[in-house]
Unconditional design. Structure first.
Length: 139
């Protein structure tokens, strides 16, 4: 994963980002009637962990597609803020869009923010490579 930003074309990284956006929107706004049985059996007790994992992958895809090596901490900060705001908007959409029949939950928003933070921190090797000759040479 360390060399992903060097050898993968920019258009492919951004395409992966847009696919991730579409998947998150699709999963967030899928009506409850169609997912109730599967989600209840599979993710009932791990709902917050599921949110964190999805947003960690989403933040990683965002940082790989749009992050800047010149300003690694600024890129991480903006990706984390944008992913957290996107998660809040998805939760508000679940509450307000007719036909979705899902509810806004505070712990889902927290899970989204924590997952985005983990995803941003997992990209540390991508945007903060170690300096050459960092260790002293032994004569």
């Amino acid at each position: 994963m360390i060399a992903l930003h060097k050898y993968t074309p920019l258009w492919l990284r951004r395409l992966a980002f847009f696919i991730a956006v579409c998947c998150v929107i699709f999963v967030s706004w899928w009506p409850r009637e169609y997912t109730e049985v599967y989600v209840a059996e599979t993710f009932h007790r791990n709902d917050d962990i599921t949110h964190a994992v999805i947003y960690a992958v989403f933040a990683t895809a965002t940082l790989v597609a749009w992050g800047r090596r010149e300003h690694p901490w600024k890129s991480r900060w903006w990706v984390w803020v944008s992913m957290t705001l996107f998660g809040i908007l998805m939760e508000i959409g679940q509450e307000t869009i007719p036909g979705v029949n899902r509810s806004l939950e505070l712990f889902d928003i927290v899970g989204n923010a924590v997952g985005a933070f983990v995803g941003v921190m997992l990209c540390l090797p991508l945007f903060w490579p170690p300096k050459k000759n960092r260790l002293p040479r032994i004569p």
